[in-house]
Design a protein around this ligand. Structure first.
Ligand code: IPM
Ligand code: MG
Length: 359
């Protein structure tokens, strides 16, 4: 089969981690007999520099004509002084909105080899930590009415959700929970926010279709606390755009490094955009220090969710595990322990790709 992928390396460490991810993808193609046709496209700060626009029309059009999108990261200090609507991040937000990618899946899985890299004590982490954050991605305060008033003396961003927006993301979360541990924690701030009270009501209504799933509602402040004191209680976390942004960074650190967490942004049907949850990390850009595992694991999610290639997805995940098991560590997860070898982005990508061939 031929698969068409829009590849957006973006800024900072984006090109480095995407380079590793596409190398792994090519190797999957060789081993399993698929052709992945990647088209490299500009978006983010590099697009602002090249053509004055964070999301060029050609990039959006090419994404729409592809089966999937692979994205590195966007943004950096060079563009931090630009007004909101002209910032590199706008490329990402527009892609999400234009491609209707309302369901963002962020799995936080702790690989056994990385227990010592987690800032939490092993007894708190427990066995086999595996949390899936399901984040609503095209609504809420990110896309609500916003503005500046009183000559810049005041500013506002509105959090708003419709029943339909909550319904469709809740459906995604319940069906994911059904395929996993059958536990769903819906996170909101219903003790304060009207939009959260609507959220809680709609999630409760959808729950009636899933009697086999145990649903709990949790306030976001409590959820943030529970994540670091008893993370093992969570299976699937369903939450809004902004709460999901914050909680997924928190969940990622439990797994040892934000450099480990992939994500899938899905719509109706099979199309999806895949990206590591980390940012462009300008401080280490170009230094061969970035951890490409989040980007590589994003490719595994692409293989699984958009292309339905389970065996191939498993092969990528197993390859990452094998490299970790052999003790290879990028700086973010290197603890100078016995048996650990410090490696760079390029070597990590090559080693993961080689494992695919050997498996
Ligand atoms: C993320 C990022 C983005 C977000 C930024 C870069 C706009 O933090 O994907 O988590 O806030 O959604
Ligand atoms: Mg974020």
């Amino acid at each position: 089969m031929n698969y068409k992928i829009a590849v957006i390396p973006g800024d900072g460490i984006g090109p480095e981690v995407v380079g590793a991810a596409t190398q792994v993808l090519d190797r999957v193609g060789e081993k399993f007999g698929h052709t992945f046709i990647g088209q490299t496209l500009l978006a983010g700060g590099c697009a602002i520099d090249a053509c004055g626009k964070a999301l060029p029309d050609e990039t959006l059009a090419a994404c729409k004509q592809s089966d999937a999108v692979l994205l590195g990261a966007v943004g950096g200090p060079m563009w931090d002084t630009l007004p909101g609507a002209a910032r590199p991040e706008q490329a990402l937000l527009s892609l999400r909105k234009e491609l209707a990618l309302f369901a963002n899946l962020r799995p936080a899985i702790l690989f056994e080899e990385l227990i010592s890299a987690s800032p939490l004590k092993p007894e708190i982490i427990g066995e086999g930590l595996d949390i899936l954050v399901v984040r609503e991605l095209t609504g809420g305060i990110y896309f609500g009415d916003k503005g500046i008033k009183d000559g810049g003396k005041s500013a506002y961003d509105v959090e708003e959700y419709s029943e339909e927006e909550v319904r469709r993301i809740a459906q995604t979360a319940f069906s994911m929970a059904d395929k996993r541990g059958k536990r769903l924690a819906s996170v909101d701030k219903a003790n304060v926010l009207e939009s959260s009270r609507l959220w809680r009501r709609v999630v409760g209504e959808i729950a009636a279709q899933y009697p086999q799933i145990s649903l709990s509602h949790m306030y976001v402040d409590n959820a943030a606390m529970q994540l670091v004191c008893a993370p093992g209680q969570f299976d699937v976390i369903l939450t809004s755009n902004i709460f999901g942004d914050i909680l997924s960074d928190e969940a990622s650190m439990i797994t040892g490094s934000i450099g480990m967490l992939p994500s899938a942004s899905l719509t109706y049907g099979n199309f999806g955009m895949y990206e590591p949850i980390h940012g462009s990390a300008p401080d280490i850009a170009g230094l061969d220090k970035a951890n490409p595992m989040a980007a590589v694991l994003s490719v595994a999610m692409m293989l699984r969710y958009t292309f339905g290639l389970k065996e191939e997805a498993n092969a990528v995940e197993e390859a990452v595990k094998a490299v970790l098991a052999k003790g290879y560590r990028t700086p973010d997860i290197y603890r100078k322990a016995d048996g650990e070898t410090l490696i760079g982005t390029k070597e990590a990508g090559k080693r993961i790709a080689d494992e695919i061939m050997d498996s």
